[in-house]
Design a protein around this ligand. Structure first.
Ligand code: MHF
Ligand code: KIV
Ligand code: MG
Length: 290
């Protein structure tokens, strides 16, 4: 539990206790400005390994490292005070076994100050989830579409659309929650599958592409803000920040080229020095510009 400015930050048990109550609001945050923007409105901020795709331009989350997650996680903790901060364990940092997972997760907790970690996987990760939870690390589960397994799945297509897959996902959720996960991200599954999990689980299900039946929702902030060029079907665009930002950059560039920026108000005065009149260039490119 942390106390900042007299306000207690939400904890994993607080989120756990929201089962059956008001929907849990999650959003990704990768950096200080994102965290400052989202903190007061959200119950938890997820430092998602999707940052590898959104910030670093990778095609998948597979190349993301533990050091990257720690650097971004620490920035989000510093810039927030209300929401629980959850940090994704990246591909390769926890699959080897419970002890490897504990080493990765304890580094994340110590070096970022976050309140929980998230890891992908179901039945085969249950022992790892239990090992972390028993040793004081709250774990959020993640089943359905698990993007770190893109090289096994072959694509980011929705999961659980046939009986075999939907039963496997139900068993996955059951396994990680029985092992002690305090909440469960359910990604890209049909309503029927999300509804069955939400009914069966004693902890909140957090949907992304899993319909309104879930106990909460999460989205990638850049997707809902209009900062990513293409978005999955499950995203609603709440703003077109990319278009606004592009327009601002275009106006800045025009002002620089016209010598309309910087203005006198952006300039440091020096007693006794008069800025020389500059010759504004005409439309002819000068010899120097050639
Ligand atoms: N910007 C971003 N948003 C995300 O939600 C997100 C990431 N990145 N990176 C990590 C994972 C990967 N996720 C993804 C990525 C792509 C699709 C997607 O393209 N879905 C298509 C259908 C694809 C298919 O059928 O093959 C869609 O239209 O929903 C879905 C989830 C969710 N996560
Ligand atoms: C999409 C969410 C659930 C995630 O895992 C991420 O942003 O990495
Ligand atoms: Mg992730």
């Amino acid at each position: 539990m942390s106390v900042v400015g007299g306000v207690r930050r939400l904890t994993a048990p607080d989120i756990r206790a929201r089962k059956g109550g008001a929907p849990v609001v999650g959003l990704t945050a990768y950096h200080a400005p994102g965290a400052r923007l989202a903190d007061e409105h959200c119950d938890f901020l997820l430092v998602g390994d999707s940052l590898g795709m959104v910030l670093y331009g990778y095609d998948t989350t597979v190349p993301v490292t533990l050091d990257m997650m720690i650097a971004h996680g620490a920035a989000v903790v510093r810039a927030s005070r209300h929401a629980l901060v959850v940090v994704d364990l990246p591909f390769g940092s926890y699959e080897e076994g419970p002890q490897a997972a504990f080493r990765a997760a304890s580094r994340v907790m110590k070096e970022t100050g976050c309140g929980a970690v998230k890891l992908e996987g179901g039945c085969h990760m249950a022992a790892t989830v239990g090992y972390l939870v028993e040793r004081g690390i709250p774990v959020m589960g993640h089943v359905g579409l698990t993007p770190q397994s893109i090289n096994s799945f072959g694509s980011f297509r929705p999961r659980g659309r046939d009986d075999i897959e939907s039963e496997a996902i139900a068993a996955d959720g059951e396994a990680v929650v029985s092992a002690g996960a305090f909440a469960l991200v359910v990604e890209a599954v049909p309503v029927r599958v999300a509804a069955a999990l939400t009914r069966a689980m004693p902890v909140p299900t957090i949907g992304i592409g899993a319909s309104v039946v879930c106990d909460g929702q999460i989205l990638v902030a850049e997707d809902m803000l209009g900062l990513t060029p293409r978005v999955p079907k499950f995203v609603r665009r709440y703003a077109e920040v990319g278009a606004i930002a592009s327009d601002a950059v275009a106006r800045y560039a025009r002002d620089v080229r016209n010598r309309a920026f910087p203005g006198v108000e952006n300039t440091y005065a020096e007693p006794g020095f008069e800025a020389p009149e500059i010759d504004l260039p005409d439309d002819e490119p000068s010899a120097a510009a050639k």
